[in-house]
Design a protein around this ligand. Structure first.
Ligand code: SF4
Length: 371
């Protein structure tokens, strides 16, 4: 149905069985991606963003990983119930992935054009000549100069930014309905980063795609997101329309992230403290050891349920809801409005949040925080 979200994730749980114990990298994460929109998953390194993206098409390697619970519906189909053949068809078919390091997506001993041809013919029965023409067209569309000539070049003959463009062309080769882009610009310099973000925006419109962009960079979120999901230690802290979240940031973690942006009066080197242990997280709110507003209720039980501030803005914090007092949080210094979504306030490298996290990308916990 047209008004159904393209992607619906409910109480997703992804675990890793390690020698140190069970890492619950994603622990009850829920969000939707609607048709044609860009949703950003944002949080520090180690917060569970990447594992969430990989779980969507069950790319998590098993063992040691497993998608242990929850629901993932893509275009009305239950991803967790798909056969291996259906999953292969989904990945690189209707769901494209772009990763931080384009090198990993490209075969170093195979010309880039033929890699795109192969990606097309893996999912569609089209003659080689037609696939080749489409590959050249895609290389053109992503801004590779002299695409026909460069079709036969190898990955090492491209710069980092151009390699990422080729990786984007590969991800688009099958006209995906959803593009999952995991830190696609982090390895690139600021100028190239902006070019790639602009390109993704243009292609999203042209291909009528939805995009799930995974990033630690709130400057990127401000540039491209329609909606944002703030994750911390495998849990959703706040989610909503990007204007609501930037104008009215409600979770102390979101507010701390925003204060890291230039022009917001805070430090640029991140938030004090570290993510909690991946295998032994604290009870109560996962953020409480770093939170200036923590009270006794934050230190027991599970993560506070997500409380709906509006139709499209939820927050997981004890200071909201019928018995809470949001002023406890909002009464602190303003998270500021110097940089907001859509105002061209991209802040490049300085906008990233502190990287005090653990690897692997996720933590553990005690159940989801869906109400
Ligand atoms: S629930 Fe408590 S610890 Fe968590 S963000 Fe709110 S005030 Fe801070």
């Amino acid at each position: 149905m047209a008004d159904e979200p393209l992607l619906s994730v409910r109480n997703l749980e992804t675990k890793f069985h390690t020698d140190e114990g069970v890492v619950r990298a994603v622990d009850g994460v829920s969000f939707d991606v609607r048709r044609g929109e860009t949703v950003c998953l944002v949080g520090e390194s180690g917060s569970g963003k990447t594992v969430t993206g990989e779980s969507l098409t069950r790319l998590v390697r098993s063992p040691p990983g497993e998608v242990a619970g929850g629901e993932i519906y893509f275009d009305g189909r239950d991803v967790l119930d798909m056969s291996d053949a259906e999953l292969r068809d989904l990945r690189g078919g209707r769901v494209g992935h772009i990763f931080q390091n384009p090198q990993g997506a490209l075969n170093p001993v195979y010309p880039v054009g033929w890699q795109i041809v192969e990606a097309i013919r893996l999912h569609e029965e089209v003659p080689k000549a037609e696939a080749r023409a489409r590959a050249v067209d895609l290389l053109n569309r992503v801004g590779i100069p002299e695409a026909t000539r460069r079709f036969d070049d190898y990955p090492h003959e491209f710069s980092g930014g151009m390699k990422q463009r080729v990786a984007i062309a590969m991800a688009l080769a099958t006209n995906p309905a959803l593009l999952v882009a995991d830190e696609p610009t982090t390895a690139l310099d600021v100028t190239i980063q902006n070019q790639i973000l602009r390109l993704l925006e243009e292609l999203q419109e042209e291909f009528d795609m939805s995009v799930l962009l995974i990033t630690h960079d709130l400057g990127v979120v401000a540039e491209v997101a329609d909606r944002v999901v703030v994750v911390y230690a495998g849990k959703v802290m706040e989610r909503g329309d990007v204007f609501d979240v930037f104008e009215n940031p409600s979770h102390p973690y979101t507010r701390a992230l925003l204060r890291c942006l230039p022009g917001r009066g805070g430090r640029l080197d991140g938030i004090d403290g570290r993510l909690p242990s991946a295998t032994d997280p604290p009870p109560g709110c996962r953020f409480h050891p770093r939170c200036d507003h923590a009270v006794d209720a934050c230190r027991t039980g599970g993560q506070p349920p997500l409380y709906a501030l509006s139709d499209d803005h939820d927050v997981s914090c004890v200071h909201y809801g019928p018995d809470g007092d949001p002023e406890v949080v909002r009464g602190d210094e303003s998270a500021g409005s110097a940089v907001g979504p859509g105002d061209g306030g991209h802040v490049g490298d300085d906008a990233h949040v502190g990287d005090g996290g653990h690897d692997p990308d996720g933590e553990s916990g005690d159940g989801g925080n869906e109400p």
